[in-house]
Design a protein around this ligand. Structure first.
Ligand SMILES: *Cc1c(COP(=O)(O)O)cnc(C)c1O
Length: 480
């Protein structure tokens, strides 16, 4: 406590009077310089925010020294704030969490070939809704319909904004005003914003729950069928597993029941993948093709989960039903935009050769990266960071596990090798924050009081940025 500050109101008012005035700040060379690059109102907004914070700091007793209120110090804070306000809010970052399909971090990242097409198509006009053969208005949905049919053997296909929209639209079209039978074990909530009972209510369908949380039998569905039944719905329990004493009705049996009673059967696959993970020695995740083969009349899934494409909702199935869905007025409100459409088409084109899909679609590539490659990547990262002072933390490596995420393969742990930051002067929480405040931000996990960085989701081209951030944090607060 220098400057005689003793926390008395009197001193606070003295400090308040020392805060530089707006006019004075506007004359500072660094602020004038910032004004050449940014609109004036933005500079004023930054000044107002920063001065408010200084005032608050004084009142709460955080600021007790007049040197903090030095014009150089305050203007520096203003410049930093101008830069923060001026830069885009939606920013790229580095995902070091090891969760491949991380919903908070934008789910799937797109393949290089997809980005190229995206650029080509969005920079100019296109045949989005124009039939080049007829020279007349066409449909935006035709661009992906054929390839979806080709890849899945579905009778018909349709795409909308996301899978929530696909489910809502299908229920609204097929089961509005009717009853939809669903197992109590499948009343899924995805990330809080998609809940089966609520989507059902919005669609105007009446949900009829059958069975129990752990067991639902075919006879439970059968007993609930009335003349008001409009659909039998199966929901993929994508982000949890019910294990132990359980029973779920397999789709082929449910489909047969539906057929016997003339009732449509729909499966919300959630993630929906086109390649069979089991064939590659991974845990079984039902494929879209298998759901259709098992007799589902409709299946829906996301474009940006395991498929590895843009945000979209894909609806496949019986022609008459898909056509009815297309004619629903709601479709117009849930329609897919052209940038998504081109990204989806190009992603789907990669699936014509599954080996290529695994190599080129980042989501699949990351899931399939072997442990050996990841172990080498961690060593490379450590080497790039070089020998670091160990005052703040020390670096180590260890085995860990990554997750697929995005409500896919919830029981699957992918073995990986991680970098860990073991705290010394800095705590794990402090380091996690400093990584998050890096430019670009690096998102890591804190586990057992260590910061864990999983290289499965870090691109090789990003290793340099991560290494530099580690160097910076290792030197923070040390004398030069
Ligand atoms: C993810 C998921 C949804 C929602 O899909 P969005 O593409 O995020 O709208 C719906 N149902 C299931 C089972 C899911 O896993």
């Amino acid at each position: 406590m220098s400057n005689g500050s003793n926390g008395l109101g009197h001193d606070k008012y003295a400090l308040l009077r020392m805060i530089p005035k707006v006019d004075r700040l506007m004359l500072e060379p660094s602020v004038l310089n910032a004004e050449r690059r940014n609109p004036r109102h933005l500079i004023l907004r930054a000044i107002t925010q920063v001065l408010d914070e200084f005032r608050d700091g004084i009142m709460t007793g955080e600021i007790t020294q007049d040197s903090t209120l030095d014009i150089k110090n305050v203007s520096q804070r203003v410049i930093e704030r101008v830069n923060t306000i001026a830069r885009p809010h939606l920013r790229p970052l580095i995902n070091a969490t090891g969760v491949v399909v991380h919903t908070n971090l934008g789910r799937s990242i797109l393949a290089k070939r997809v980005l190229k097409r995206l650029r080509e198509l969005s920079a100019g006009y296109s045949n989005l809704e124009y039939d080049l053969n007829k020279g007349k208005r066409g449909s935006r949905y035709v661009h992906v319909e054929d390839i979806l049919k080709e890849l899945t053997s579905a009778e018909a296909a349709m795409v909308v904004n996301n899978n929530a929209a696909a489910v809502l639209l299908s229920l609204d079209t097929i089961a509005r005003g009717k009853e939809v039978i669903v197992s109590r074990g499948q009343l899924v909530e995805i990330g809080g914003s998609f809940r089966v009972p609520e989507v059902m209510r919005k669609s105007g369908a009446c949900m009829v729950e059958v069975g129990t949380t752990n067991k639902t039998h075919l006879r439970d569905y059968e007993n609930a069928i009335t003349e008001k039944t409009g659909m039998l719905l199966k929901v993929h329990t994508s982000n949890y597993q019910i294990i132990g004493f359980t029973k779920e009705v397999p789709l082929p049996e449910l489909s047969a029941l539906g057929r016997r009673h003339g009732i449509p059967v729909m499966e919300d696959l959630g993630s929906g993948c086109l390649i069979d993970f089991a064939e590659y020695g991974m845990l079984k995740e039902p494929t879209v093709q298998q759901a259709l083969e098992a007799g589902a009349d409709l299946v829906t899934f996301s474009g940006d989960k395991l498929l590895g494409g843009p945000q979209a909702g894909i609806i496949l199935g019986r022609k008459d039903m898909v056509e009815a869905i297309r004619k629903n007025q709601l479709t117009r409100a849930l329609r897919i935009d052209k940038m998504t459409l081109v990204a989806l088409e190009e992603t789907l084109r990669l699936y014509r050769e599954p080996r290529k899909a695994i190599k080129e679609i980042p989501t699949l590539r990351m899931i399939f990266t072997p442990y050996k490659t990841l172990a080498a990547r961690v060593e490379r990262l450590k080497k790039m960071a070089g020998p670091l002072p160990e005052d703040n933390f020390s670096l180590g490596t260890m085995d860990g596990s990554s997750k697929v995420g995005g409500g896919a393969l919830p029981g699957l742990d992918l073995s990986t090798r991680v970098l860990c930051l073991l705290p010394s002067r800095l705590s794990a929480a402090q380091m996690e924050m400093m990584l998050r405040e890096n430019d670009p931000p690096i998102i890591a996990r804190v586990e057992k009081d260590r910061v864990i960085m999983d290289v499965r989701t870090i691109n090789v081209s990003e290793l340099g940025v991560v290494a530099r951030a580690l160097q910076r944090i290792s030197r923070t607060g040390l004398a030069d």
